[in-house]
Ligand binder design. Structure first.
Ligand code: IPE
Ligand code: MG
Length: 224
């Protein structure tokens, strides 16, 4: 979800106004995903690198998370959406981690769209975290190093149980991955759009899905 700051600057507003408006695009995207019968939607909200931003911007981002967790909870529950979070929670302000837990609990029995929010997440830190679990399990005798295969790692990722993404959408015009789900996107289709995140609509999401359905995926094989 990239381009909030530029969206605001283009309008003579403060960067944080772009983050405020970005919440509308989250609502739109969730509606688009439900309409397209998408099963899993992962939203990259705050990366481990985003701590480099000015403290004032981080504070607004964190307070927006808390506010929207509370204001959207009932609407999400009613839409049968289940929300879970990936990322390291220990460094987050307690109002944020408490809100996350509350939203996870409130929506845990829903079986519609699963929304996975990356908060203080990065692909490399997730991999380091998973390797730590693996090492601990090996040292304590729960896994034999010769059984350490791809699925052993999959099961220790923060996304355990969630299938690898079919499609990655990046808004805001940059052509990079920026530490998003590094292991899981090995064969994902990539879709880049210059639309700035606050302008991204349900229709834009559906357009990305339509473009995806026209692609031929071979996963390293050849056409049958
Ligand atoms: C993405 O928008 C939102 C977050 C990282 C929270 P940016 O804030 O990166 O917006 P630009 O890239 O500066 O326009
Ligand atoms: Mg950016």
């Amino acid at each position: 979800m990239d381009g909030n700051g530029r969206w605001a600057v283009q309008r003579g507003l403060a960067r944080v106004d772009g983050h405020r408006k970005g919440a509308d695009a989250v609502r739109e995207t969730i509606a688009g995903a439900i309409a397209c019968e998408v099963r899993y939607l992962t939203l990259y909200a705050f990366s481990t690198e985003n701590w480099k931003r000015p403290r004032s911007e981080i504070e607004v981002l964190m307070s927006l998370m808390v506010r929207h967790v509370h204001s959207e909870m009932e609407a999400l529950a009613e839409q049968n959406v289940r929300v879970t979070f990936i990322g390291e929670r220990a460094q987050l302000p307690s109002e944020v981690s408490e809100g996350m837990e509350m939203l996870e609990d409130r929506t845990s029995s829903n079986d519609g769209l699963q929304v996975i929010v990356g908060l203080n997440y990065s692909g490399r830190s997730e991999l380091a975290w998973a390797f730590r679990q693996l090492l601990r399990d090996a040292i304590e005798g729960r896994i034999d190093p010769s059984d350490l295969d791809e699925s052993a790692l999959d099961q220790r990722l923060m996304t355990a149980g969630v299938p690898d993404p079919d499609l990655v959408i990046r808004t805001g015009g940059e052509h990079r991955i920026s530490n998003f789900l590094l292991w899981q996107i090995a064969y994902s289709e990539l879709y880049f759009t210059s639309i700035l995140w606050p302008d991204f609509t349900r229709q834009d999401f559906q357009n990305a899905i339509a473009a995806y359905t026209c692609r031929r995926r071979r996963f390293g094989g050849i056409d049958a």
